[in-house]
Design a protein around this ligand. Structure first.
Ligand code: ADP
Length: 282
């Protein structure tokens, strides 16, 4: 079983011909609400890749909360530890102009309230195979979850995004760090201090380094239509396969990431287990 402790947001995406100036009112050309947040995206990706997944996080008491909760549940994620708190759910207000440039404002909302882990949360983490975290909820909570996992023999996978300075206690509790090229550069020598380092390389696939040995997996060649969510699909799939067959987890995840780029959207774009397996050698 995989426990994800992380964020859940509603992405509000407005298309505009150009960005408005301060004080200006502009007519947009399209608007969409899409469930997002790295925690939720990776939980959904893991469930679609065949994992038994529990999500720990928080939504607010607004209309988005209902939609966010059911998006997880519909993907087969256990939401019994998802809290509902007073106030707004997390949102990302995204504006995309005609050149596909974007402006993004993230409001943490309910995600900022994930400051305590309950007895039920701690029990779920202790009995899980994998704890999977990102950095879109308070860092102290991620650190507490990782420490508890480490003490109980649960493998800790951290996708340190958005990248920030990591407390020593957190670094010392991580088994597998999953970073893209940019995050790897920004983290510097921290990446040398974890037992396993996975670096995703876009169309170039991914590397897995254990001590002095690095193995590589290519991505299958695809025609990408939207690379949003590729990293989340990769990470969710990697966590699932690490438990089942760690030797092929990197290859499995690289396929999942590539397939996610062939579909629009984030969480919705992550592939099912059977579609990933079709690309694996028999
Ligand atoms: P992020 O989206 O977090 O920056 P990457 O761009 O490295 O991460 O993508 C994550 C994974 O998704 C890659 O390891 C790869 O498997 C897959 N992927 C991303 N872009 C492509 C692409 N253009 N072609 C094939 N696979 C891709």
């Amino acid at each position: 079983r995989i426990v994800v402790v992380g964020s859940i947001n509603m992405d509000l995406t407005t298309s505009v011909p150009r960005f408005p100036a301060p004080g200006e009112t502009l007519l947009g050309t399209a608007f969409a609400t899409t469930p997002g947040g790295k925690g939720s995206n990776q939980a959904i990706a893991a469930a679609k890749a065949g994992g038994d997944v529990t999500f720990i996080g928080a939504v607010g008491d607004d209309g988005f909360a209902t939609q966010l909760r059911s998006t997880l549940a519909d993907a087969g994620v256990d939401t019994s530890l998802l809290r509902s708190v007073n106030g707004a759910s997390g949102v990302a207000a995204i504006t995309v102009d005609a050149d596909a440039e974007n402006n993004i404002i993230v409001v943490a909302g309910a995600n900022a309230s994930v400051t305590e882990l309950t007895e039920h949360d701690l029990g779920a983490i202790a009995s899980a195979d994998i704890l999977l975290c990102q950095l879109e909820i308070p860092l102290a909570t991620v650190t507490a979850a990782a420490r508890h996992a480490r003490r109980n023999g649960t493998v800790v996978i951290l996708n340190p995004s958005p990248v920030q300075d990591l407390p020593e206690e957190l670094i010392g509790s991580v088994d597998i760090l999953i970073v893209n090229h940019t995050e790897s550069t920004q983290l510097g020598s921290v990446t040398d201090r974890v037992p396993y380092l996975v670096t995703t390389l876009g169309a170039g696939g991914a590397d897995l380094r254990e001590r002095d040995t690095t193995v590589h997996a290519d991505s299958p060649t695809v025609t990408p239509v939207d690379t949003t969510g590729a990293g989340d699909a990769f990470t969710g799939a990697f966590a699932v396969e690490w438990v089942l067959d760690s030797d092929r987890a990197l290859h499995f995840a690289a396929i999942a990431g590539a397939l996610a780029t062939t579909v629009n959207g984030a969480a919705v774009s992550s592939p099912t287990r059977s579609s990933i397996e079709r690309h694996l050698p028999k």
